[in-house]
Design a protein around this ligand. Structure first.
Ligand SMILES: [Fe+2]
Length: 244
């Protein structure tokens, strides 16, 4: 990592925002503004019902997972170990986490806004031809998906964003190094370079707490977490599809 540490910035809302309709409207406004501008929004001290109201406003719910340690599971998600920068499934536009519980030590959240991952023109054009494999979750999943999907033309950018919660972008990402589908040696090299560029990017860091609601754009950020040491960490993860 290079550069100075960058932190995720929570929204300041009046206390009781999650149970008062007028104050809740402030949260909705903040969600529109922050998601559009920053690609994420972090609410401190919310409630599960407020998280579900925000989710309804965000789009269509696709899937819910309880992310916690499970020693019986082989899934990376169910282990305490760190998770390298990645996106979740490409069908997912937004991810909402409601924090049922968290540990004091470790389990730090990292976001890598894809606009901050500097790719030279040559690598960028390679990245567009790269694909990652996918865990087949939805019926029509094709098995592989481009790392950078559809770079908008100047005309498309001029027309503005398609969703209330997503600002201008240079392509939607789908990436995990452990799902890289390197079909040739050149692809392998390009994946290696891409991973290096990601690792050279300084992430935004934050430590979530019990009751927090954290929402981010899954296609405009890679997300990661550091190792944690206490089994009580429990995030309720909602995958949400944008409504266009
Ligand atoms: Fe993830």
């Amino acid at each position: 990592m290079t550069g100075t540490q960058r932190n995720l910035v929570p929204v300041s809302l009046p206390s009781g925002w999650d149970s008062d309709d007028k104050k809740f409207d402030l949260a909705h406004e903040a969600m529109i503004e922050r998601m559009y501008r920053d690609g994420y929004v972090w609410f401190k001290q919310g409630s599960h019902s407020a998280a579900m109201r925000l989710k309804e406003l965000l789009g269509e719910s696709l899937y819910v997972t309880h992310v916690k340690e499970n020693t019986q599971s082989k899934s990376l998600l169910a282990k305490k170990k760190s998770l390298a920068p990645h996106t979740d499934h490409h069908a997912v536009d937004f991810i909402l986490w409601y924090v049922h519980d968290h540990c004091d030590k470790g389990g730090e959240t990292h976001l890598y806004p894809t606009k901050d991952i500097v790719l030279k023109r040559r690598l960028r054009s390679w990245a567009i031809s790269l694909e990652c494999k996918e865990h087949k979750i939805f019926d029509d999943d094709p098995g592989v998906w481009p790392v950078i999907q559809h770079v908008p033309t100047r005309e498309e950018k001029a027309r503005g964003p398609l969703t209330l919660y997503r600002g201008e972008n240079n392509g939607l990402w789908y990436y995990s190094f452990w799902l890289a589908n390197a079909r040739t040696e050149r692809h392998e090299k390009a994946f290696k370079l891409l991973q290096e560029k990601i690792e050279q990017t300084e992430p935004l860091r934050g430590h979530l707490k019990k009751g927090d609601i954290f929402i981010f754009d899954n296609r405009l950020n890679l997300h990661a977490r550091t190792e944690y040491f206490d089994s009580k960490r429990h995030l309720e993860r909602h995958w949400v599809k944008a409504i266009l």
